[in-house]
Structure formats: structure tokens, C-alpha cells
Design a protein around this ligand. Structure first.
Ligand SMILES: *Cc1c(COP(=O)(O)O)cnc(C)c1O
Length: 465
């Protein structure tokens, strides 16, 4: 393909994209594809001769698109959102065009320097104290793994990487039972092990862990000869939004000199609204590491996860490696690949720059405020449905409910709703029962989209009787 053809198809795809987004409401949110149905339409062997882009794009439309679930659909209420605001998509197109690999300062000074400033813009936007620095990672899972590895190294006097973990006893990590599975996985792959991840039951109105129970678990572990290494708190758990009361947990961490990490992958975005901070983020400045995903609620196209660090030194001491071929000469610079597990890095900061400049913080805050208000309004409407039960009240814009009947009936309603296609939501578990989750957060969603869910739920419920 020459560059004139590239320009032609680039414009075509740009027009296609705008049209796609303008007509999204007409499509079923979740793909209606049988397993294997898409793969079976592709050629079994790779082509020997090149083909025209027009033929490739035709197949994209007819084969691929029917198998897509529309995450940017305004009635996407499943999981958490993966918003891609239009200015952030444009930034990604520019990043794709330049296609730089931004592992070191010198491999693209602009990428490193824009990243530094964007991390600081977001620090200010979230009301975090001066002094936090940070890095953009691909996902919260990677940031949490980095933090858990740092806990491991700090607790072993930075000998784990060099000597392995043999003979070092049981390193222990503590969290509530509301955390995301990425915390379990970080314990698996760091060599700490699932058995050494101690989960304290979440309780109270926001399902946080009790600091007294946390302290007791640590004291018991020390008495048993184990080595506490760190505490992971959560703001906005994936299941029902479970959130820890941060201050008392930090006090326990301080008493035992433990490294602390806060997972706010979803709910962190809402902290750009100062009114939510008192309830969720009092004392947040005491954490050593905090992760939040602008690629969820904020509007930066996937992938984009920010890890803030109160002091980057422990993580650098854990992850930094400098073979001869990566050494740079001259002035001391920031090489962000030393802060993370992968070496290679995309230029992720540009989409944050485009996003924040296009909307301003006020533009983004008003969306999040609307989402929270509409989730509450819908929750009240569902509460009025005959024999429906609200199982957890809204935590920010996430709540859960049950229809009349057993667990199988809940799943039957979820499946019927998703087959219907006008809305998309997912199930979860709470206190041993299946629940139906509902979260509001898609960037283009309107009050009408959210309230339409009420009618759709009622209608589909009647159909499956
Ligand atoms: C989505 C989510 C994660 C995982 O995020 P990735 O960026 O996909 O790794 C972790 N924790 C919470 C609370 C989440 O909602």
C-alpha cells in the first residue's frame, strides 16, 4: 500500500467510524453470535497473494462486525465501561501514525515528558497531594502486580529478585474479600501464593474491611512466624462497589511498617468530583501506590491505567534493570520502562492530553455526576417493580438487584435481556446469592437510555414468565 492509498482509506475509515457511532443505538449491544460462527467464515490458510483493501473492508463489515459487542453503545450497562471519547480516539490515530516505541526518554522525549505532565494533571484532578509521581501502565492488573512485587522485594530486603524466595518463609498480603481477581493473580505470579493472600470480610454500608480484624490477622501471622509484606485496599470493587475506609487501614499499615496499594481502577475517575472524596478518599494521600484506569469511566481509550507512587524508589529498586543496550548517556532522564514490567511502551499520554483539553475537567465531571444521579434514579424505579429486590444500593453509579425467584431465574433474566439486545448487563455474586449488576458510565449515555432500562427489564421479565 502506498501513502496515497493509505490517505484514501484513512478518510474512508474515519467516515465509517463517525457513522458507526452515530447509529450505535440501532444495534444490539451484545453480539448475537454462536460460538465458532465468526472463525468459521475466515479462510483456513493465509493468502499467498495480496488483496485489495476494498475486499478486506467488505469482509470486515460482513464477517467481523456482526461478532462485535458494542462497548461504546450508550446502553452498555455491563461490567464497567471502557469509554473512548472521540478526542482520545483521534489522539490514538496520531499515535498509530507515528508508531513510536517509547521505552526510554531518548526513544521519544515528547512521550516521556507529556506523560510526566499528564500524570501530574491527573494527580491534581483527583486531589492527591503534591509529591506523588507516577507512570502510565497498560492495565490495573499490571500496576497491581508491580505494587505486589514491590511489597515482596521490600519485605525481603530486596533479595527476592536475585536469590529467589526459597527459605524466606511465608510473605503475607492483606485485602478485603471485595477485591478484583487481579489481586489474586498478582499474588500467584509474584510467587507469594494464593494461600498467603489473607482476605478480611467486607462489612458495613460500603463493605470495607474492619481495621481491627486486619490488625488481628497481622498480629496472628507474626506470632506464627510469617512475614507481613503489604496491604491492598479498594475503592469501588468490581462486584458491588465495595470500598474500604482508608484511614484506619493506613494506621494499621503504619503500625506494622507495611507497604500499601489502593485499587481504584473504576471508581478513581469519580474522584475528579470533589464531593465524592470525603466519603471515599479521606486519607488517600497516605498510600504508597494508587491505581486508577482513565480507560474505564474517564474516557481515555483503552488501554490507559495510571499508577501513582508516593515515592517511586521502592518500585524502581524492584523493577529497574539496565543492560548495556538500554543505557543512555548525558543528562539524567526519566526512563519509564524502568518503572514497569514490560520494556516496550506505547505513547499513552497523548490521549489524556487530548481528552482533558477537549472537555476540561468540568465537562468530564458533569458526565460522572449525571451517571451517579441516573443510577440512583433507576435504582429507585426498579425498587418499585413488583417483588424485585435491591440487593446493594448504589455505590457511585453501581447497584445490584434480584428479580423474584432463585439464582437460575436471575441468570435467565440476564440472558433474556442480553438476547433482547436493547441493553446489556451482567450478573455477579453477593453474600452467596446471584445478583444482577447495573452500572451507568458510558460516555454518550443519556437519562433516556438509562431509564429505558426500567421498561426493558419489566417487559423482558414478563416475557420469560
Ligand atoms: C477493572 C478492574 C480491574 C482490572 O483492570 P484492568 O485494567 O483490566 O487490569 C482491577 N480492579 C478493579 C476494581 C477493576 O474494576
Amino acid at each position: 500500500m502506498d501513502w496515497d492509498e493509505f490517505a484514501h482509506w484513512g478518510k474512508h475509515i474515519s467516515d465509517w467510524s463517525a457513522q458507526y457511532h452515530k447509529t450505535l443505538r440501532d444495534r444490539p449491544v451484545r453480539a448475537r453470535t454462536a460460538v465458532g460462527g465468526i472463525g468459521a467464515q475466515l479462510q483456513v490458510t493465509p493468502p499467498e497473494a495480496g488483496e485489495d483493501m476494498s475486499a478486506i473492508l467488505e469482509d470486515f463489515e460482513s464477517i467481523v462486525m456482526p461478532g462485535m459487542t458494542h462497548w461504546q453503545h450508550p446502553r452498555f450497562f455491563a461490567y464497567f465501561p471502557a469509554n473512548a471519547a472521540p478526542p482520545s480516539m483521534l489522539a490514538e490515530q496520531l499515535v498509530n501514525s507515528v508508531a513510536a516505541q517509547c521505552m526510554l526518554w531518548q526513544t521519544s522525549p515528547a512521550a516521556t515528558e507529556v506523560e510526566g505532565v499528564m500524570v501530574d494533571w491527573l494527580r491534581q484532578a483527583l486531589g492527591l497531594a503534591d509529591g506523588f509521581t507516577g507512570v502510565i501502565q497498560d492495565s490495573a492488573s499490571s500496576a497491581t502486580l508491580s505494587a505486589v512485587l514491590t511489597m515482596r522485594e521490600r519485605a525481603t530486603g530486596y533479595t527476592g529478585n536475585m536469590d529467589g524466595l526459597s527459605g524466606k518463609g511465608h510473605l503475607r498480603i492483606y485485602c478485603s474479600d471485595q477485591v478484583h481477581s487481579s489481586i489474586d493473580r498478582a499474588c500467584w505470579v509474584s510467587g507469594i501464593g494464593q494461600a498467603n493472600l489473607v482476605k478480611i470480610p467486607g462489612e458495613g454500608a460500603r463493605f470495607g474491611m474492619d481495621a481491627g480484624a486486619l490488625d488481628a490477622a497481622i498480629v496472628a501471622d507474626i506470632a506464627a512466624g510469617h512475614t507481613p509484606a503489604g496491604i491492598i485496599a479498594i475503592t469501588g470493587g468490581t462486584g458491588i462497589g465495595g470500598s474500604d475506609d482508608l484511614g484506619p487501614i493506613l494506621a494499621v499499615a503504619k503500625a506494622h511498617d507495611l507497604y500499601t496499594h489502593l485499587d481504584a481502577a473504576w471508581a478513581g475517575s469519580a474522584m475528579i468530583c470533589p464531593e465524592f472524596r470525603a466519603e471515599f478518599w479521606d486519607d488517600v494521600d497516605g498510600f504508597d501506590s494508587i491505581v486508577f484506569n482513565p480507560h474505564k469511566w474517564l474516557g481515555a481509550q483503552f488501554d490507559c491505567s495510571i499508577q501513582f507512587l508516593r515515592d517511586a524508589t521502592p518500585q524502581l529498586n524492584t523493577l529497574k534493570i539496565e543492560p548495556e543496550y538500554l543505557k543512555t548517556t548525558g543528562d539524567i532522564v526519566t526512563n519509564y520502562s524502568e518503572w514497569t514490567i514490560p520494556l516496550g511502551r506505547r505513547f499513552r499520554a497523548l490521549k489524556i492530553w487530548f481528552l482533558l483539553r477537549s472537555y476540561g475537567l468540568e465537562g468530564l465531571r458533569s458526565r460522572i455526576r449525571n451517571h451517579v444521579a441516573w443510577a440512583q434514579e433507576l435504582c429507585e424505579a426498579i425498587r418499585e417493580l413488583d417483588e424485585f429486590e435491591i440487593t446493594t444500593d448504589p455505590i457511585l453509579s453501581l447497584f445490584s438487584f434480584r428479580c423474584p425467584g432463585d439464582d437460575a431465574t436471575q441468570q435467565r433474566l440476564v440472558d433474556a435481556l442480553n438476547d433482547d439486545g436493547r441493553i446489556y448487563l451482567t450478573q455477579g455474586a453477593f453474600q452467596g446469592r446471584k445478583i444482577i449488576r447495573f452500572q451507568v458510565g458510558q460516555f454518550d449515555t443519556t437519562r433516556d437510555d438509562v431509564m429505558m432500562a426500567h421498561a426493558v427489564i419489566q417487559e423482558v421479565w414478563e416475557q420469560i414468565q
